[in-house]
Design a binder for this molecule. Structure first.
Ligand SMILES: Cc1cc2nc3c(=O)[nH]c(=O)nc-3n(C[C@H](O)[C@H](O)[C@H](O)COP(=O)(O)OP(=O)(O)OC[C@H]3O[C@@H](n4cnc5c(N)ncnc54)[C@H](O)[C@@H]3O)c2cc1C
Length: 512
C-alpha cells in the first residue's frame, strides 16, 4: 500500500467520520487527526466510575428510517444491518409541559392540530393554518438546493415560493404572523434546547427542518451512540485508515495557496507531530481553522461566509439513578421538555443573560426507556440527562477566577432543575440518585474543542441559514470544510455533510 495519505481529515466529528469511513471503504488512504481520546466530537461517549456511559451531547436523531440520509450512508458502509435505531413513540415523541398546559407532539400533523385545537378552541383555524404552512415550507425546503435550478422551481413552484417567503423569518415572526396564542407558541417551541435559541432568534427554516424531521421519525440508536461512532471507526481502520487520537492540531502547512498538512502536539506525550495529505478535510470549526491559517489567505467571498456568530453554549447534567420505575412517573419512548414560564423568550433570557436559574426551562432524556440494550449502566440503574442553555461569557471568566465558586454554581443549577423534577414529575428523585456530574460551556470547549463552547457551530438564526451559507468550498486548493457550520447541524445533518462531500470528491453516489 502506498504511504502517502489521500485524505487527511482534521477532527472525528460525525461529518469527518462519515466522510473518512466512506473514502476508506472506497479504497482511499485516510487518516483522521483528533484532539480528544474518543471519536465523535459532540457525539462522543465517555465513561465515568467504570460504570456509566454518557453521550456528551446527543439525545435523539432524525432521518434514520429506511431510505433516509443516515440509513443510506450506513448502507454504503455495509453497516445498516448492525447499526440500527429505535423509534420514539409516534403518538408523542416530545412531551411538553408548561404551567397549566401539557401536550404530546405526535408524528401526525392532523393529530397535532386536534390536540392543540382542544387546548385552544378559539384559535383552531390559526393553528391549522400555521401547521399547514410548516408542512408546505418543509416540502419546499426539501426541494431547494443552492444554486436554485429553474426546472425544480417550475415543478415545485407552490412549496418553493412558500418556503422562500420565510427566508429571513424567525420562528417568533411566524408565530406573530399567524397570531397564535402565547401558550400554543410555547408548547410548539418547547424543544428549544434542540437549537439552544429562543423563538425570537431561531431561524424558522431551522425549526421547520427539525420539527418535521422528528415528525417523520425520532430515533435513538439501538446500541447507543458510542456504537455508531465505533462502527464508523472500525470501517476506517479495517480499510487501512488510521485514527490519531490525542493529536491536537495547532498549525496548518501551506504552500502556494494550498494546505498540504498540519502540525501539532500529542496531548499526553507532548511529542510534536506533522502530518500531510493530498487533500485536507477540515471537520474542525471552519472559522477557527481559518483564523489559524490566516484570514487573508481566503477569498473575500469566503471571508464573508466565515464571519458567522456562534450558537449559544449549553449546560448538561449527567445523572444515574437506581431502583426507580421511570414509567410509573410518565417517562417512556419520548423526551420531556419543561418550562415554568408562559413566554419562552423571557425564560431563555432569564437563564442566558441574567444567569438566573431559579425557574429553569430544560429537557429531560432517559436513554434506558428508548432501547432494551444495556451497556450504558449496570442492570437496574438508569441514565437521566438534563439539558439547558448557559452563557460562555459568564462561565469562562468565573472558572478562571474562582474554580470553587464555578463548581458550586454549576451544581446549584442541577439542584434547581431537580427541585422542579421533584415538584412536577418524580417526588423523591434525589433519593434514587447514585451519580451526578455537570457540564458547562467550558466543558464543551475542553472536550469538544468548540470555540466559546458553542453548541451547533454557527448560530441557527436567519442570518446564517439559507442563501449565502458557508459550504465545503474554501477557495484554497485541495482543502475543504466538512462540519455542521459548512453543511447542516445535528446527527443526520452532519452525516449528510460528510456524505455529500464524499459524493462530490469521489463521484460515487450515496443519495439517489
Ligand atoms: C447540547 C447539545 C445537544 C445536541 N443534541 C443533539 C441531538 O439530540 N440530536 C442531533 O441530531 N444533534 C444534536 N446536537 C448537534 C450535534 O451534536 C452536532 O451538530 C454534530 O455532532 C456536529 O458534528 P460535526 O461533524 O460538525 O463536528 P464536531 O462534533 O464539532 O467535531 C469536530 C471535531 O474536531 C475536533 N477538533 C477540533 N479542533 C481540533 C484541533 N485543533 N485538533 C484536533 N482535533 C480538533 C474536535 O475534538 C471534534 O471531535 C447537539 C449539540 C449540542 C451541543
Amino acid at each position: 500500500m502506498k504511504d502517502s495519505i489521500d485524505y487527511l481529515v482534521l477532527g472525528s466529528g460525525i461529518a469527518g467520520l462519515s466522510f473518512a469511513a466512506l473514502m476508506a471503504k472506497k479504497g482511499k488512504k485516510v487518516a483522521v487527526v483528533e484532539a480528544h481520546e474518543f471519536p465523535g466530537g459532540f457525539g462522543h461517549t465517555f465513561e465515568m466510575a467504570n460504570k456509566y456511559k454518557f453521550n456528551a451531547q446527543l439525545h435523539y436523531v432524525w432521518n434514520c428510517g429506511e431510505g433516509e440520509t443516515v440509513n443510506l450512508v450506513l448502507r454504503k458502509l455495509g453497516l445498516d444491518k448492525e447499526v440500527t435505531f429505535e423509534r420514539y413513540d409516534p403518538e408523542g415523541f416530545d412531551h411538553m409541559y408548561m404551567p397549566g398546559y401539557h401536550v404530546k407532539i405526535p408524528a401526525s400533523s392532523e393529530l397535532l392540530i386536534e390536540r392543540l385545537g382542544d387546548l385552544f378552541p378559539q384559535a383552531k383555524d390559526k393553528i391549522r393554518a400555521f401547521v399547514e404552512t410548516v408542512n408546505k415550507v418543509s416540502d419546499g425546503l426539501s426541494n431547494i438546493s443552492f444554486p436554485i435550478k429553474a426546472g425544480t422551481v417550475f415543478r415545485k413552484f407552490g412549496p418553493i415560493s412558500t418556503a422562500l417567503r420565510y427566508l429571513k423569518y424567525t420562528l417568533q415572526d411566524v408565530f406573530d404572523h399567524f397570531k397564535l396564542p402565547k401558550e400554543a407558541q410555547t408548547l410548539l417551541a418547547l424543544q428549544w434546547p434542540d437549537f439552544l435559541l429562543p423563538p425570537d432568534q431561531l431561524s424558522f427554516y431551522a425549526w421547520v427542518m427539525l420539527f418535521t424531521g422528528y415528525q417523520r421519525g425520532a430515533y435513538y440508536p439501538t446500541q447507543h451512540f458510542e456504537h455508531v461512532m465505533d462502527s464508523m471507526v472500525r470501517v476506517i481502520e479495517e480499510n487501512g485508515g488510521k485514527m490519531y487520537y490525542n493529536h491536537e492540531v495547532s498549525a496548518f502547512l501551506l504552500k502556494d495557496q494550498q494546505v498540504y498538512g498540519v502540525k501539532g502536539k500529542h496531548l499526553l506525550t507532548e511529542e510534536e507531530f506533522e502530518l500531510t495529505g493530498e487533500t485536507v478535510i477540515c471537520n474542525m470549526d471552519p472559522k477557527k481553522a481559518a483564523q489559524m491559517i490566516g484570514w487573508d489567505k481566503f477569498s473575500k467571498s469566503i471571508q464573508k461566509k466565515l464571519d458567522y456568530d456562534y450558537s449559544p453554549s449549553n449546560y448538561m447534567a449527567y445523572v444515574a439513578v437506581k431502583d426507580l420505575d421511570l414509567q410509573k412517573y410518565g417517562f417512556g419512548k419520548w423526551n420531556v421538555f419543561h418550562t415554568g414560564h408562559r413566554d419562552l423568550n423571557k425564560a431563555f433570557y432569564q437563564m442566558y443573560k441574567d444567569t438566573d436559574y431559579s425557574n429553569p426551562s430544560f429537557a429531560i432524556t432517559t436513554p434506558s426507556q428508548l432501547t432494551t440494550h444495556r451497556g450504558d449502566c449496570p442492570e437496574g440503574w438508569q441514565i437521566v440527562e438534563f439539558l439547558t442553555v448557559a452563557n460562555y461569557a459568564y462561565w469562562r471568566p468565573l472558572k478562571n477566577r474562582d474554580e470553587k465558586q464555578y463548581k458550586k454554581e454549576k451544581m446549584n443549577i442541577l439542584w434547581s432543575i431537580i427541585d422542579q423534577v421533584e415538584k412536577h414529575y418524580i417526588p423523591d428523585f434525589r433519593k434514587h440518585m447514585v451519580f451526578k456530574m455537570t457540564g458547562s460551556p467550558t466543558t464543551n470547549e475542553r472536550y469538544c474543542w468548540c470555540p466559546e463552547g458553542n453548541s451547533y457551530g454557527s448560530n441557527l438564526s436567519p442570518r446564517n441559514i439559507g442563501i449565502g451559507r458557508l459550504d465545503h468550498r474554501t477557495s484554497l486548493k485541495n482543502f475543504y470544510f466538512c462540519n455542521a457550520s459548512s453543511g447542516y447541524a445535528g446527527f443526520a445533518g452532519t452525516f449528510w455533510t460528510g456524505a455529500a462531500l464524499y459524493q462530490r470528491l469521489s463521484g460515487d453516489q450515496v443519495f439517489e
